[in-house]
Design a protein around this ligand. Structure first.
Ligand code: AKB
Length: 315
């Protein structure tokens, strides 16, 4: 059967890299990008518009295009979620429930991203295990934990093939950074190239798990392509690459741009969110089950971010 793939949240940080990767692997004609508000004018591919909370329009898209795989990325992030918790619940949970319910009927495979935000203050902070205390304190984290349990429920109860990764902070340059806590690690590169300075909204020693977008996209597609027999986790896999503090990232940038100035001016809400999350993640179950391996180190990521963003900004 021909693969027909729908990506929701297609123009966010992950979607902007995932859509071209899927187009390359499966053919441009077989990928449908669902956008809501921000649709770049230069997008090259099949575009569908709509809101993931509108189940009947989602159903129409899935039926019309005979969708076999949905990468459901649409959702609010941690900082955006705290600005409007009701909207975060509505989009993140009701959007996911619509996708899960439609999968019961139309039998497509689902990828849905969870996050390190599913963890909370009672979680061990260093090398956080796959199965551990999980009591998130942000609305975003609560939607991620709920979503993980819904995925597992739909798999056990209805056989819905939903797969998920607990994304760390993702770093990429194709899309502008979203309203998240780890996103300082993207903003910093814009500050570097536009003004040669940046003021981080987290403390200089706020260590968080991070990943370059190419690793995240490759891992996401590898998980979706893995045989179902290899998937032992039906909530969401721990998924890890590197971890660093704002100061370590600024120091790495200074190796290439010695005059770059970085200040640290923690925002209380964002810092409290960061404080509730792990510093590093044990993703040995993903490595064992389906062979996950990251490639990008902090220096390699810093280098490609600068080269890519320079090109994008015409610098
Ligand atoms: C955020 O900071 O909200 C996201 C995430 C880690 O899920 N980048």
């Amino acid at each position: 059967m021909a693969r027909k793939i729908l990506v929701t949240g297609a123009f966010g940080l992950a979607g902007s890299d995932l859509v071209p990767a899927l187009q390359k692997k499966f053919g441009k004609n077989n990928v449908y990008a669902l956008g809501n508000k921000t649709i770049p004018s230069d997008f090259d591919g099949n575009l569908v518009t709509g809101d993931v909370r509108d189940k009947s329009s989602l159903e129409r898209i899935i039926k019309t295009h005979k969708i076999t795989d949905v990468y459901h990325l649409a959702g609010l992030l941690s900082v955006g979620g705290e600005k409007d918790p009701e909207l975060a619940w509505d989009v993140n949970i009701n959007g996911l429930r619509n996708v899960l319910e439609l999968s019961r009927i139309y039998k497509f495979k689902i990828f849905w991203p969870s996050s390190i935000a599913a963890f909370g203050p009672t979680t061990p902070k260093v090398k956080t295990p796959q199965h551990t205390s999980i009591e998130p304190t942000t609305i975003y984290g609560i939607t991620k934990l709920t979503g993980e349990l819904l995925l597992q429920y739909y798999f056990k109860r209805w056989g819905v093939d939903g797969r998920s990764l607990r994304y760390p902070g993702l770093i990429g340059y194709k899309a502008p950074p979203g309203d998240g806590t780890t996103e300082y690690s993207v903003h910093i590169f814009y500050g570097l190239l536009k003004e040669n300075r940046y003021s981080a909204f987290l403390k200089k020693d706020a260590r968080l798990p991070m990943m370059y977008i190419d690793d995240a996209i490759r891992g996401t597609i590898e998980l979706m392509e893995a045989p179902a027999s290899k998937i032992s986790v039906r909530t969401s896999y721990n998924f890890s690459a590197i971890n660093f503090t704002p100061e370590e990232l600024a120091d790495e940038i200074k190796k290439l741009y010695p005059t770059f100035k970085c200040a640290f001016d923690p925002d209380p809400i964002k810092q409290a969110i960061a404080d509730s999350w792990p510093e590093s993640i044990d993703d040995s179950v993903a490595r064992k089950d389906w062979g996950w391996k990251h490639e990008f180190t902090l220096p390699k990521m810093t280098n490609v971010m600068i080269v890519g963003l320079k090109k994008k900004l015409g610098k």
